[in-house]
Design a protein around this ligand. Structure first.
Ligand SMILES: *[C@@H]1O[C@H](CO)[C@@H](O)[C@H](O)[C@H]1NC(C)=O
Ligand SMILES: *[C@@H]1O[C@H](CO)[C@@H](O)[C@H](O)[C@H]1NC(C)=O
Ligand SMILES: *[C@@H]1O[C@H](CO)[C@@H](O)[C@H](O)[C@H]1NC(C)=O
Ligand SMILES: *[C@@H]1O[C@H](CO)[C@@H](O)[C@H](O)[C@H]1NC(C)=O
Ligand SMILES: *[C@@H]1O[C@H](CO)[C@@H](O)[C@H](O)[C@H]1NC(C)=O
Ligand SMILES: *[C@@H]1O[C@H](CO)[C@@H](O)[C@H](O)[C@H]1NC(C)=O
Length: 413
């Protein structure tokens, strides 16, 4: 029983779902058969087939190849189900980028009235949905297979410098319009990193940051700190595994270590990691489980652990001056200077009081960095006291609290 909890908890590690609701997901016999990597799902279908089609939305899929050879699946909901307007001229494009260990399906997990992806289509937007490298629909590469260690040699540095520009540029070229960007969690870190280097400003019209993650060192989550400690103490060991499949053996090993710590209550990792979500609907959560969790690279987790430990936001640290010299021509990894983000970029930022990942002290620090010099009519901040990490993409009351004001923001910018 304990093992089941450990594994399910890893799924929630960066998301913050209620553990008890997850229990019906898998039973002991599944967990004993850990070699069965692919979770049996009642709907092993792509997002377009399982979610969009079910509600009558058109859904297209494009393949986008990054400069470093990863072939990404980019989905598009060009308009709502009842909108016969074929012209895309009037439809501002918006691109949604998901967080860690999930994929683009997270944007359409609930009913049309409650899912951001559908709400935007219904409000006249041309909705593009990214799927980062390593996730289920984006595992092809021009020369590598996911079995090659080299396939997994990336962290969010590469998501920011390859995946993000590839999909934004594709949508821009396709529509001829600048793109409204929406990121959740890790999807916010990517755009902040790119903006800090003054990249993508010519293709992005505005940026929405749903529970931004940038600074992570002030988190209250003991578990996150311990996970970071475990990854960093044995970085070389972990990097030997390459892929991090949340229901695979590497995850199992991390969790055995985490749960061996008497201070961590592995039966309630939900509050230990991400804080209590307030407003998730069970049916939404079940749809989520059909599409999650998704793989990422071990290196990505090590890089995130470096954020938890180091306080700043820098490129991947190769661990010693010699290796950093080889990659960066300097002994320390170059920092992303978030205060150099141009002050005219329209930014809509929203965060929650119960979120241990996009936690309040770290987000305040980010806001001090960003807002200090930002043009006041170019930035809007919404704070929801009882929201945790997952509420921003799946809460049943997010449409009124967040998505409505967001659509208004897009109309103004
Ligand atoms: C556990 O799952 C297996 C196969 O997936 C099924 O045969 C078995 O009945 C399940 N057990 C319980 C207690 O639900
Ligand atoms: C991943 O894709 C396979 C088919 O390629 C499918 O069977 C499986 O259910 C998918 N898993 C998730 C979590 O989407
Ligand atoms: C179709 O487009 C026209 C403008 O081109 C707009 O006035 C009308 O509301 C649109 N219809 C729907 C259902 O969105
Ligand atoms: C993967 O991409 C290559 C081209 O780089 C292509 O030949 C191959 O068919 C693709 N595989 C799948 C499963 O789409
Ligand atoms: C970061 O950018 C700001 C604004 O451009 C600049 O004043 C500051 O010196 C930069 N900091 C570093 C460490 O480069
Ligand atoms: C939860 O979802 C179901 C079906 O999608 C819906 O009928 C119900 O109203 C939702 N509950 C809340 C509180 O929104």
């Amino acid at each position: 029983m304990a093992r089941i909890l450990y594994l399910i908890n890893l799924v929630v590690l960066f998301l913050g779902f209620n553990l008890h609701r997850a229990l019906s997901w898998r039973n002991q016999s599944y967990m004993n058969d850990i070699a069965d990597r692919c979770a049996p799902s009642p709907h092993p279908l792509s997002m377009c087939q399982s979610r969009a089609a079910a509600f009558g939305y058109p859904c297209e899929e494009y393949k986008v190849t990054t400069e470093d050879g990863y072939i990404l699946s980019l989905k598009r909901i060009p308009h709502g189900p009842h909108d016969s307007n074929t012209s895309t001229e009037m439809r501002p494009p918006v691109l949604l980028f998901h967080g860690l260990m999930v994929d683009g399906a997270t944007w359409v997990m609930s009913t049309p009235k409650q899912s951001l992806g559908f709400i935007l289509a219904d409000n006249g937007f041309d909705v593009w949905i990214a799927n980062s490298r390593g996730t289920n629909s984006s595992r092809n590469h021009t020369s590598l297979s996911t079995k090659d260690p080299a396939y997994w040699e990336w962290s969010w540095d590469e998501l920011a410098s390859y995946d993000l520009p590839a999909v934004l540029q594709f949508a821009y070229d396709h529509t001829g319009e600048k793109i409204h960007y929406i990121g959740h969690s890790l999807g916010t870190l990517m755009i902040l990193a790119a903006f800090s280097e003054h990249k993508l400003l010519d293709v992005v019209r505005s940026a929405v940051l749903l529970c931004p993650i940038a600074y992570l060192s002030r988190t209250k989550s003991k578990l996150l700190k311990l996970a970071a400690h475990i990854f960093l103490a044995e970085t070389v060991h972990w990097l030997g595994f390459h892929e991090f499949n949340p229901v695979g053996p590497v995850a199992h090993e991390v969790l055995s270590q985490i749960c061996g710590d008497p201070e961590i209550n592995c039966y309630d990792l939900f509050s230990a990691v991400a804080g209590p979500d307030c407003c998730l609907n069970t049916s939404t959560f079940c749809a989520f489980l059909e599409h999650a969790p998704q793989s990422t690279s071990v290196r990505n987790l090590v890089h995130l652990s470096q954020l938890v430990r180091n306080g700043g936001v820098s490129r991947f640290d190769y661990g010693n001056a010699k290796n950093n010299m080889k990659h960066y021509n300097q002994p320390r990894p170059p920092p992303y200077n978030l205060s150099s983000i141009p002050n005219h970029v329209p930014i809509f930022l929203t965060h929650g009081g119960e979120d241990y990942l996009g936690d309040v002290p770290d987000t305040r620090h980010l806001l001090r960095t960003l807002v200090k010099k930002h043009n006041s009519d170019s930035i809007e901040v919404i704070y929801v006291p009882d929201y945790a990490h997952a509420d921003f993409i799946m809460a049943y009351n997010a449409p009124e609290l967040i998505y409505g004001p967001m659509v208004d923001f897009f109309k103004r910018h």
